[in-house]
Write a protein that binds this ligand. Structure first.
Ligand code: 13P
Ligand code: SF4
Length: 346
């Protein structure tokens, strides 16, 4: 099968989000750049890691690994490639570089951060640590390496509740996502765990935009709809959801269930990918896009593989690397701990 046919086989199913539905002509036009990228990957021993939120033609055409931020961090840790192209946002690429200091890491996004990662600096964390000297500092993975270097452990949406529960301390400062932090407080209360969780004041502009009235209206229109929400959504949205999980957790739920329709309260790229992997399922509701994730393009992936400039290369300051590595390794340790192994803090 030709590259154009392979692309069309997948991309014809995309009704949600950027570019969809794709025509045969669009796939034919994209085929040469996809072929060139795939040839360069072989020649240079490069891999492409792609988050679910990037354009579907990137994942279908050139992606070697796709997933949520936790899975992609693990994929980055395990790769033997010399070059990692991280189609996502810069903080995810920084995590890959911290884990692979000897590899070349590129991020083909036009932005340096995202609405959460941009909201807090290492200087802010140092000030807060002086203010809350007894608290364990837990940062969301959506932070820079410099912020991670100041924190004790980082978390992703797939492990935030479990890691905070498992930490052997009852005083936590969680940053930067206030909405996720409010959901942490609610979830700990549901689990009967008492911890003082202090919060920073930032939000993800994509996930804070979901509106409870709209969810209610969609439930009225599709009584059998299953509502899946990301932990970056506001607590009133989480309270209306049937299932709360990271992007990968939502994909798994979709694979494991068979309802009449699904409403995915997260960035629209997840629905695009779900339509490709599960073309018989029906998705309803708004399509909200993340401008940071959607700024990755096939053209920029080709450029970084062919003629990168210095801004494309992800570098980590030597003064930051060890601290950021400890913070990320602590995430792996607590995420993979069996509940029975979790320290009690006694
Ligand atoms: P996931 O880890 O669930 O993919 O989330 C990353 C993210 O940026 C959500 O906005
Ligand atoms: Fe950042 Fe929100 Fe985009 Fe995720 S969806 S990368 S948190 S702005």
């Amino acid at each position: 099968m030709s590259t154009a046919e392979l692309l069309y086989q997948e991309l014809q199913h995309v009704a949600f989000g950027s570019g969809g539905p794709f025509s045969e002509k669009q796939c034919l036009d994209m085929a040469p750049i996809v072929d060139e990228i795939n040839a360069l990957k072989k020649e240079k021993n490069a891999v492409i890691l792609a988050h679910y939120y990037v354009d579907p033609q990137i994942i279908s055409g050139v992606g070697d690994f796709v997933g949520d931020s936790y899975k992609l961090a693990k994929d980055a840790k395990g790769t033997n490639a010399d070059i990692i192209v991280f189609a996502a946002v810069k903080f995810m690429a920084e995590t890959a570089k911290v884990l692979n200091p000897d590899k070349t890491v590129f991020v083909p996004s036009k932005y340096n951060g995202c609405s959460l990662a941009d909201a807090v600096t290492d200087v802010d964390v140092r000030r807060l640590k002086a203010e809350f000297p007894e608290h364990t500092f837990v940062c969301y993975i959506n932070t820079t390496a410099a912020v991670k270097a100041e924190c004790d452990v980082c978390v992703t949406s797939s492990n935030v509740y479990d890691i905070i529960e498992r930490l052997p301390t009852d005083k936590i400062y969680f940053l930067p996502d206030r909405l996720m932090g409010l959901n942490v407080r609610d979830e700990l209360a549901r689990r009967g765990v008492k911890k003082d969780v202090q919060l920073y004041d930032a939000t993800c502009y994509v996930h804070e935009a979901f509106d409870v009235d709209r969810v209610e209206k969609l439930r009225g229109k599709y009584p059998e709809v299953r509502v899946l929400a990301h932990p970056e959504c506001a607590p009133d949205i989480i309270a209306k959801a049937d299932f709360v999980a990271s992007t990968k957790g939502m994909m798994q739920y979709l694979q494991d269930t068979d309802y009449e329709a699904y409403l995915l309260l997260t960035e629209c790229g997840l629905a695009s990918r779900a339509e490709i992997e599960m073309p018989d399922k029906k998705f309803v509701g708004p399509c909200t896009e993340c401008r940071y994730m959607k700024s990755n393009t096939l053209e920029d992936i080709l450029r970084v593989l062919k003629q990168p400039d210095n801004d494309d290369r992800v570098e980590i300051d030597a003064s930051v690397r060890d601290g950021a590595l400890a913070c990320i390794e602590n995430m792996f340790k607590y995420a993979e701990m069996k509940p029975s192994d979790a320290p009690t803090g006694d």
